[in-house]
Design a protein around this ligand. Structure first.
Ligand code: MLT
Length: 395
């Protein structure tokens, strides 16, 4: 037996597990202070599922308890009722899809890792730096080399294509995790044109699209860009949109225009072979997000997180600290004060004010002097954390 030695090339533990361990160790050494730690590190939601979702969930649970309505295996690619609701959602953005271009899954993270099954090992991969670690680690685990597009303060953490760099597989996340920066229409068009010219595929992570404000006129799907169906796959999720981080449901759009429909067929083949679908009750809950009631209720929840984001952004405005995000995104990515490095700043915040964030270095070398705070905490916790940070940093 030979193990996959590529695993030697990834860090021993996933970023958020490392952070959780560090916080736990701090708590063991400082039990009193640990009682009042405010966690704004991992981007996990804190508000409960909305009423419309819970009602749908209960209804589906009852169906499963009756012989006439019980369901066993469902279609691996998702039930039509959910695929059609997603299709209509795209239609409302002016994007026409066929329902068999939409695949339901247990979340964007899994699909972003699993999609690599469709591509030969011999492909050049381009990811921005800083980046959501999943894109990098999943490629390293399969033995691919990754090259990076520098996202920096100078380019507003939105790198643009470089004609001198050859990339077959390109990852783009907008609104971005971790930086909160959002590509506009022209910038995304430049990426789509680059991909079409170079026969590359863009893996577009739209997990945070629901944070985009209508009035800011920013793309919420890569398929709003002309030519994108020929070169892009889009990943999305109910996690951040509707609080499904613990309920697990997402979807991936593989257009048939891409590679003459081959990738759509391959993904179907992959999913029907390796996946047995998302539970019926969860898909019913997800479909409720698109009902009139569900839509209004998630809007309220998103509004709550957006208000947190504003509280955080306003604090950095007052402190005169440079940041991206905070609007159209649940993340605020800011420069560590006094040239501190991000892990040093992590310890500094934890030890002095018991606030947990995410060190930028965990997302790549360009995050070395940056730090991420999420807006997914409670309002009261966010206000208290920002008061503590403001008092500490204005000293
Ligand atoms: C994060 O904090 O970056 C998120 O939890 C990422 C994720 O959704 O997996």
């Amino acid at each position: 037996m030979k193990i996959n030695t590529n695993y030697r090339n990834v860090a021993d533990s996933y970023l958020f597990s490392t952070i959780a361990k560090k916080v736990e160790q701090y708590g063991e050494k400082n039990p009193d202070e640990a009682k009042d730690i405010i966690r704004l590190g991992i981007g996990d939601v804190t508000l409960p599922l909305c009423d419309a979702v819970i009602t749908a969930l209960h209804g589906a649970v009852d169906e499963m308890g009756k012989k006439e309505t019980f369901r066993g295996y469902g279609p691996e690619q998702g039930y039509d009722f959910l695929r059609n609701s997603i299709k209509d959602y795209y239609e409302s953005k002016g994007v026409s899809l066929e329902s068999d271009e939409i695949f339901i899954s247990d979340g964007a993270k899994s699909d972003l890792g699993n999609i690599l099954d469709l591509f030969d090992k011999d492909n050049s991969v381009l990811v921005p730096d800083p980046v959501y670690p999943v894109y990098v680690d999943t490629n390293i685990m399969t033995g691919r080399k990754v090259q990076f597009a520098d996202a920096t303060e100078e380019n507003g953490f939105l790198p643009m294509p470089d004609e001198d760099v050859k990339a077959d597989i390109i990852y783009i996340c907008s609104p971005n995790n971790p930086t909160g920066a959002v590509y506009g229409y022209d910038a995304l068009k430049a990426w789509v044109d680059y991909a079409n010219r170079n026969n590359s595929v863009i893996l577009f992570d739209a997990a945070y699209e629901s944070f985009i404000e209508k009035e800011d006129n920013l793309p919420t799907s890569i398929f709003e860009i002309e030519g994108a169906k020929n070169c892009a796959i889009e990943f999305c999720s109910f996690s951040k949109t509707a609080g499904f981080t613990g309920t697990r449901c997402g979807y991936t759009v593989v257009p048939k225009a891409l590679e003459g429909g081959v990738l759509n067929k391959m993904w179907l083949r992959r999913q029907t072979t390796k996946f047995n679908g998302v539970p019926y009750i969860v898909q019913k809950a997800a479909a409720a997000v698109f009902s009139e009631k569900g839509h209004a209720q998630i809007k309220e929840t998103l509004g709550y997180y957006k208000e947190n984001a504003k509280i955080i952004a306003d604090t950095f405005d007052r402190l005169g600290i440079w940041y991206t995000g905070g609007k159209n995104s649940p993340y605020i990515w800011f420069k560590c004060p006094n040239d501190m490095e991000s892990w040093e700043f992590f310890d500094y915040l934890l030890e002095n004010v018991q606030v947990v964030g995410t060190p930028g270095a965990g997302f790549g070398k360009n995050g070395k002097n940056f730090f991420r705070i999420t807006a997914f905490g409670s309002k009261e916790g966010t206000i208290r954390a920002m008061e503590r940070i403001e008092n500490l940093l204005k000293k």
